[in-house]
Write a protein that binds this ligand. Structure first.
Ligand code: FE
Length: 333
């Protein structure tokens, strides 16, 4: 009898605890978000389960439909956020906290997705082979003076497609195509590997400049093997001739299937708290979306730049066109 009563007691404790858990599908790498998740659990006592998905986030949510255990998705790139919204696997969230701390340009007008951090897509330049001021614009990467000197990951990766979308936004499809052809003609090797692999190639002398997202400089600097790669390059913020430096976001959304909207909202609001934004800035070397949170010392050391003013939703809308263009010029071929 006693053990039965004890079992009931355990159940009554366990049931609310389970209901308190929060499930996240993340396309962000574990080491990038675990510190923030740990801080959230420590502050709220809410247990967080994270499933890391390389790709296919939207497809999985569609397949699981209302049975999905996920409450939150974390991903990078506006195209992936827009894709999830378009597929109907997210839900709108009304929150004064999110509206106050995330600039309007970095969240969905319909409140389905919210930017958490920003990153710039920049040029990594060999310290010893590229002079100061030698590269200042994205357009310049198509100049024949760079022949055999540029490395990049696949032209159809989301990061590069967003950049091409921005090129279309500024100059139109024909000019963007000519640009992509020009950059392709300047490549030192076929597109391959990730952003960090390009910096390694610069370090190894295979090329002189590469395209990459800013935070990888910080991640390489903190890695024993990769530190030498980072030391071989400096960050250059190129600008569009008629604009600024290309920016993208990492972001979050509440799933349509969430069974725990209260905790999900708590988590979303935590991610824009000063504490979480500081973690993103100091550990991940991303740009905080929240005003007043300082950049990491390393990021600050790269100096100031003018962010491009292209609207993220406009870039998401141009993604299909950018993909067709890159396939037509056979950028990776
Ligand atoms: Fe990345």
């Amino acid at each position: 009898m006693r053990s039965f009563a004890a079992a009931i007691a355990v159940l009554s404790i366990t049931a609310p605890a389970l209901a308190d858990a929060l499930n996240i599908y993340s396309q962000r790498q574990p080491e990038l978000i675990q510190p923030v998740i740990d801080a959230f659990s420590a502050e709220t006592g809410i247990a967080v389960n994270v499933a890391y998905l390389e790709k296919g986030l939207t497809e999985r949510l569609q397949a699981e439909s209302a049975r999905s255990p996920a409450d939150i998705i974390l991903t990078v790139d506006i195209s992936r956020l827009a894709e999830a919204v378009e597929a109907g696997v997210t839900q709108a969230v009304e929150s004064d906290v999110l509206a106050e701390h995330i600039p309007a340009s970095l969240r969905d007008p319909g409140n389905e997705w919210f930017g958490v951090t920003q990153r710039a897509r920049v040029v990594y330049a060999a310290k010893d082979r590229v002079a100061d001021g030698e590269v200042t614009t994205y357009e310049d990467l198509a100049d024949p003076k760079w022949k055999g000197r540029i490395c990049t990951r696949s032209g159809t990766h989301a990061y590069n497609l967003a950049l091409v979308a921005a090129m279309i936004h500024h100059h139109g499809a024909e000019a963007a195509r000519a640009w992509a052809e020009g950059v392709k003609a300047n490549l030192a090797r076929k597109p391959q590997g990730n952003d960090r692999a390009q910096v390694k190639a610069i370090w190894a002398g295979e090329c002189d400049i590469s395209l990459g997202n800013t935070y990888y400089m910080g991640l390489m600097a903190g890695d024993e093997e990769q530190k030498a790669w980072a030391d071989a390059v400096r960050i250059v913020y190129p600008a569009f001739e008629s604009g600024g430096t290309h920016m993208n976001v990492s972001g979050m959304a509440m799933t349509a299937a969430s069974k725990n909207a209260t905790n999900a909202l708590k988590f979303m609001e935590f991610l824009v708290s000063e504490k979480a934004q500081e973690v993103y800035a100091s550990i991940n070397h991303e740009f905080p979306v929240r005003d007043g949170v300082a950049r990491s010392d390393l990021v600050a050391s790269w100096g100031e730049f003018t962010p491009d003013d292209a609207n993220l939703m406009d870039l998401a809308g141009l993604r299909g066109q950018a993909l067709r263009l890159m396939e037509e010029v056979d950028f990776d071929g």
